[in-house]
Design a protein. Structure first.
Length: 303
């Protein structure tokens, strides 16, 4: 794992109640707390700030205490560069889509402008997605790279992992299926909220250290639409593991520190249901990645 990973267990990037003009990095004081859910429920979440200003260089933990006013994506747009995304990476999702198991990972990329913040920031469906209301959800586990990686072997791949978080790879299915390449349809502004595609990813809210989770296959991921479970799958169902993905993506290509890799979505997406079930303005979608990461909540709005 990246050396930085040993300096923390869980990090959040947030705006404190004491100073709405400031952005801090910190460790939640309660190690068991689902930070995303607690903030959504209006609870006070206490954090020990770190001396640094980025999860890529957090510095040292302090003994002061701050309370979260607003959660932000663990990484800022300026820190992630391009966003690497893997399609069709759960065996059970391939079966539900009646697609063969791939021999190599399917890669598409999102621009950094697709990165979005968790609730209370809205996840906005653009006008092009509203034309036929085919916006879809995709719960995903995210790998965060902690140091530059190139031509990495599978055996050393985990040495480059800073940690893990959750994402919702929001997709515009009509735009996606009308083209052989998915970058346009999955790269709309705000389409990648991370624990929060045409996709809008969000990420966050917590970045969990690779030191705390040495084996990402121990995670379980769920996606809930307005409280109803739509996706529920262990990461043992991944076709390509974390080491395999990092090694593959780094061949001949530098993955800079801060690179985030969305690892694919499990079965249960709206496009695979009969009848199909898409997201629309007013819906809430939660991505739950356990243990440790907690819940990424997105409130869907129209542009």
């Amino acid at each position: 794992m990246s050396k930085i990973a040993s300096t923390f267990s869980r990090l959040v990037r947030f705006v404190p109640k004491s100073n709405p003009a400031k952005v801090l990095i910190g460790e939640p004081i309660d190690p068991q707390l689902d930070v995303g859910l607690a903030v959504y429920q209006g609870k006070n979440v206490a954090v020990h700030p770190f001396s640094g200003s980025s999860v890529l260089n957090p510095g040292r933990i302090t003994q002061s205490t701050e309370t979260i006013d607003r959660i932000l994506s663990p990484l800022a747009q300026t820190e992630v560069g391009s966003i690497r995304c893997i399609g069709l990476n759960y065996a059970s999702h391939a079966r539900e889509m009646s697609l063969p198991i791939p021999d190599v990972p399917t890669l598409f990329m999102k621009p950094s402008t697709a990165l979005g913040n968790p609730w209370p920031a809205p996840t906005v469906l653009p006008r092009i997605t509203q034309q036929d209301n085919t916006g879809d959800y995709e719960s995903e586990m995210v790998i965060v790279i902690g140091r530059d990686a190139k031509d990495v072997s599978e055996s050393e791949a985990l040495d480059y992992v800073l940690g893990y978080t959750a994402a919702n790879d929001v997709s515009s299915r009509t735009s996606q299926m009308s083209q052989s390449q998915w970058c346009f349809s999955k790269g709309f502004d705000g389409a990648c909220p991370i624990v929060t595609s045409a996709n809008l990813p969000t990420a966050g809210p917590v970045l969990v250290s690779a030191a705390l989770v040495p084996d990402a296959s121990k995670f379980r991921i769920r996606g809930l639409k307005t409280g109803r479970v739509m996706q529920d799958c262990p990461l043992t169902d991944l076709i390509f593991t974390v080491p395999q993905l990092i090694s593959f993506l780094s061949q001949g290509t530098t993955l800079p520190a801060g690179t985030i890799i969305l690892t694919g979505t499990p079965p249960g997406v709206g496009a695979a249901k009969n009848p199909k079930e898409f997201i629309k303005s007013g819906d809430e979608f939660a991505v739950e990645l356990l243990p440790y990461v907690g819940t990424l909540i997105n409130k869907i709005e129209h542009q």
